[in-house]
Design a protein around this ligand. Structure first.
Ligand code: FAD
Length: 576
């Protein structure tokens, strides 16, 4: 007979958990006690539970393993909520263990009690309270299985304090059998043959590849399929890296900030062969006009994703790798040279660039990273920094770009980089943020310093919440309402000339260099292109802690191109 907490630790080890992102508190203290001195599990203590779960998420996305969180009840649990939703939208496997008040107090508005299962029901793959000690092992086993199989996602296990300390069996099940949850592990060959037949008839076929291809590790297979058929390929930002971004047939990202070639190819193709994407509104533009000349094939592991946003002609419910490998048995070169030439001409003629801006631009910084780092893992925050990164970063493969796509969670990038670095100690990890998002989890400088993580933190500082400011510039007559981060009491908020420095403006809020130094991290400020190489070199040399490089960029630089809300993908504003 062992305690519930001891069974939990045993279960974590049997599930292969080597890193646990954990923040203690009253209703979890017994679990921490069971972890004390445990050598097989690294217990990482971030400085805020929101950052903790993003770190577990970054660990999971970059390693392919399940990320595991442990927090206390009440505020510990609610601080996970944004991270649970973030992981849910982007199909990230997490197991989140929350302490809970004893069963007898539940429902009494007890101290630090919240109904975390109720709160997370709609934003997790599964969430459950353990009500009997004898169910604990089975529930943990099921949680890991549910998190990592099918469409991966976050699972919440809420464990009341009395269950934690109750004695019971030490047995941890080796198998799972969940009635009503049987992820699809096969592929319907008849549907695959239909899809291949449509592809062979096409005069203008196009592959649209999403996050599902990266999740299933189908990258090599996808590249083979593109090369055998010779058809052009576009990706969502979650699918980026599915084939190397310098592949000659790769046209770029689709979507509201996609490339001209990708968006026009979707609008003109006659067969859209889509794999592992959920046709989110950021990629469809005006839905009634989306790929309106095309027969649409859709391969997805989640049947709920099929015909949810876009009605498809040939659905295939299957794992992307299994499906693509089956397609490869039937695939053949296509006779489509005219179409390919047209698409490649678009790519050549309308590249994405920030050349119109003088001086230091995010494009130049990201190109420096492309040219001077070998396959780094790059995380982004949310906003312009994210969009520039997804436009300019070059990727050779999978699990290299971590970004909060579906929920768009500011504050994600830096802690996700912490998790990625912990999971990949031998790789370079670079977090790209804006000055807004960086401040949302800036306290994690402490975590990066104490665990001696050699992260490179790139902060694009324009003194604005730039993505919203861009919308205000383009669609709200430059009324920069609450987007200037340099605002100080006494500024004339109505002036609409926030791009013009004023004696009342704050110079640095915060002074990122001093802030980094106060945590014993390295801080560097870069004003122009000439200083860039030296800053990155200095960062590379700083091997036992993070370096924050703040790039002072043009205040009102925009992300181009852009599809305004309600417009079709072909109605892009090329130069915002
Ligand atoms: P996911 O959302 O990750 O979906 C993956 C799909 O694959 C799901 O349907 C899932 O069921 C399926 N799947 C999972 N595992 C497997 C498997 N093993 N086999 C097969 N299928 C599987 N995105 C863009 O692309 N372009 C933009 O211009 C753009 N602009 C954005 C702007 C902002 C400010 C933000 C925050 C986000 C933006 N996004 C953009 C991201 C966008 O919101 C979505 O996150 C993204 O489009 C989703 O891509 P996806 O459907 O390919 O991936």
């Amino acid at each position: 007979m062992i305690k519930g907490t001891e069974l939990l630790v045993k279960a974590l080890k049997e599930e292969g958990v080597d890193t646990l992102f954990a923040y203690p508190g009253g209703q979890a203290v017994d679990i921490f006690d069971a972890l004390y001195g445990e050598e097989d599990i690294d217990v990482i203590l971030p400085r805020h539970e929101q950052a903790l779960i993003h770190a577990a998420d970054g660990y999971a996305r970059s390693t392919g393993k399940v990320g595991v969180c442990l927090v206390t009840s009440g505020p510990g649990a609610t601080n996970l909520v944004t991270g649970i939703a973030t992981a849910n939208y982007d199909s990230v496997p997490l197991v989140c263990i929350t302490g809970q008040v004893p069963l007898g107090l539940m429902g009494n508005d007890a101290f630090q009690e919240v109904d975390i299962v109720g709160i997370t029901n709609s934003i997790s793959k599964y969430s459950v309270t353990v009500r009997r000690r004898e169910d604990l092992g089975r529930i943990i086993k099921e949680a890991f299985y549910i998190a990592r199989t099918g469409k991966p996602g976050p699972v919440v296990i809420d464990i009341p304090k009395d269950i934690q300390v109750a004695m019971g069996s030490e047995e941890y099940p080796s198998e799972v059998n969940i009635r009503g949850y049987k992820p699809n592990e096969s592929v319907h060959v008849g549907q695959i043959k239909k899809a291949v037949a449509a592809l062979k008839k096409a005069k203008k076929p196009l592959f649209l590849v999403g996050g599902g291809v990266n999740i299933s590790g189908a990258n090599e297979s996808m590249k083979k399929l593109v090369e055998i058929t010779g058809a052009p390929i576009i990706t969502t930002i979650m699918g980026k890296g599915a084939v190397p971004t310098d592949h000659p047939l790769y046209l770029g990202n689709i979507g509201i900030h996609g490339s001209y070639a990708a968006n026009h190819a979707v609008s003109e193709c006659d067969v859209l062969f889509s794999i592992g994407t959920r046709f989110n509104d950021r990629i469809t533009g005006k839905i009634s006009e989306f790929a309106k000349n095309a027969k649409i094939i859709h391969i997805d592991i989640d049947s709920a994703s099929i015909s949810k946003n876009i009605v498809v002609d040939i659905p295939v419910v299957a794992d992307a790798k299994l499906a693509i490998d089956t397609i490869l048995e039937f695939a053949a070169p296509l006779n489509i040279s005219q179409w390919v030439n047209t698409a490649l001409e678009w790519k050549e003629k309308y590249p994405i660039t920030m050349k119109k801006y003088d001086g230091l631009t995010p494009e130049k910084v990201i190109n420096y990273i492309n040219e001077n780092f070998d396959k780094p893992i790059v995380t982004t925050d949310v906003g312009q920094n994210q969009l520039w990164t997804t436009q300019y970063i070059k990727l050779e493969g999978n699990r290299q770009l971590l970004t909060s796509g579906g929920l768009g969670t500011m504050g994600y990038g830096f802690p996700a980089a912490i998790g990625a670095q912990l999971g990949n100690p031998d790789k370079t990890v670079i977090a790209i943020s804006g000055d807004g998002g960086m401040q949302m989890n800036i306290q994690e400088l402490a975590t990066a310093v104490v665990y001696e993580l050699p992260l490179i933190l790139v902060v694009f500082n324009n003194g604005y919440l730039g993505n919203v400011r861009q919308w205000q510039e383009l669609f709200y007559n430059k009324r920069y309402s609450s987007t200037c981060l340099k605002y100080r009491k006494g500024c004339d908020r109505q002036c609409g000339l926030c791009g013009t420095p004023d004696e009342k403006c704050m110079t640095y809020v915060p002074d990122f260099v001093k802030l980094a130094e106060s945590y014993e991290a390295q801080g560097i400020r870069v004003f122009n292109e000439e200083e860039m190489a030296a800053a990155f070199e200095k960062a590379k040399q700083h091997k036992n802690g993070p370096t924050l490089i703040e790039f002072i960029i043009e205040r009102e630089a925009n992300v181009s191109p852009m599809v305004p809300t309600g417009k079709t993908l072909a109605d892009m504003i090329m130069d915002c």
